[in-house]
Design a protein around this ligand. Structure first.
Ligand code: AKG
Length: 330
């Protein structure tokens, strides 16, 4: 079993008070073969900022192969994993998330998905286990990127805006600032028993990019926050993808789509492995409401900013900060 070095209990975050979480069956499920998919996606993005996708066309083999490779990496001795870290922000990290004091019961690998700017640390990971790991990552990412483009085009169709690649072109751009994260949450029986409370794997946050495509193994832990502030558990499904609307897409739709707050609870008995593709626009791209979506005399809810400016602000913030706040018009 992989054991993260044990931090002092008070360094880790717990859920102190929380309404009972429900296993919701009403999380929207979008079947991509359904002719109504575009309408249902828009509804899900408005209501939840979150949905599950089935019949997505990504071979299960790509998902399970990468999961196996990720576990092989996470099972390496700590000293070997540490050679791929600390994250800069790319590379291997453990417990510390970002540089502003957020901690969680997690270890992870953050990779850049733009081959021409892949960081030296990311390369060292591939050099350990070059052919198999690299091809598992590449196969998975290229399939998930295509799914992401399709989802963004369905969103444009559902919103009734033209051209239909108005969103997807930002991620298709070779300068797209997207990244990919492999997360591992080891089981935590002792810590949980000691604290008697639920241990946080990944603290609550919204994703700053446009869209995130998440796949996990069959261990639960992911929770999303509904519009009314209730936290609900997302039943895991290793064959499907879960889609998060990110802050940038919320701005591009002038608040019509909702960037979903989410978090992960560690499991006492089972390890959770998740893999997330975060689709971000090019650094110099202006993040602003799409003109084709604005109604007559509708005003932007946000100040003007580029993705680079927003990203810099995010890096300086804590996970749970309301990071869009300073960019909203008063
Ligand atoms: C993140 O990496 O930003 C997450 O929210 C993790 C979600 C998960 O591991 O299921």
């Amino acid at each position: 079993m992989v054991v993260l070095s044990q931090p002092a209990l008070n360094q880790l975050s717990h859920i102190k008070t929380c309404k009972p979480t429900n296993l919701v069956s009403e999380i929207p499920v979008i079947d991509l073969s359904d002719p109504q998919a575009k309408t249902l996606i828009v509804k899900a993005c408005e209501e939840f900022g979150f949905f599950k996708v089935v019949n997505h066309g990504v071979p299960l083999e790509f998902m399970t192969k990468l999961e196996t490779e990720a576990l092989t990496f996470f099972k390496l001795p700590q000293s070997e994993k540490d050679r791929a870290g600390p994250p800069d922000p790319f590379g291997y990290g453990s417990k510390r998330i970002g540089t502003n004091g957020d901690v969680g019961w997690i270890e992870y690998l953050l990779l850049n998905t733009n081959p021409d700017v892949i960081s030296p640390k990311s390369l060292s990971i591939f050099q350990e286990n070059p052919v198999i790991f690299r091809s598992a990552v590449n196969n998975y990412i290229s399939a998930v990127k295509n799914l992401c483009f399709e989802l963004l085009e369905l969103m444009a169709d559902g919103l009734g805006i033209q051209p239909r690649n108005v969103l997807s072109k930002l991620l298709r751009d070779e300068k797209s600032d997207s990244c990919f994260r492999l997360n591992h949450y080891p089981p935590c029986p002792e810590l949980q028993a000691l604290s008697g409370r639920n241990l946080i794997g990944f603290g609550e946050h919204t994703d700053p990019q446009m869209i995130s495509v998440l796949r996990s193994n069959n261990t639960s832990g992911l929770q999303i926050c509904l519009k009314d502030g209730t936290w609900v558990s997302v039943p895991p499904d290793y064959t499907s993808f879960f889609i998060n609307v990110g802050d940038s897409l919320q701005v591009m739709t002038n608040g019509r789509f909702r960037s979903v707050k989410h978090r992960v609870m560690a499991d006492t008995m089972k390890s959770r492995v998740s893999m997330i593709y975060f689709g971000g626009p090019p650094l110099n791209e202006k993040i602003a409401p799409l003109p084709s979506l604005m109604r007559k005399e509708e005003e932007s809810l946000y100040k003007e900013f580029t993705w680079c400016e927003y990203k810099k602000a995010v890096y300086k913030s804590r996970l749970s900060d309301y990071r869009l706040g300073p960019f909203e018009k008063c």
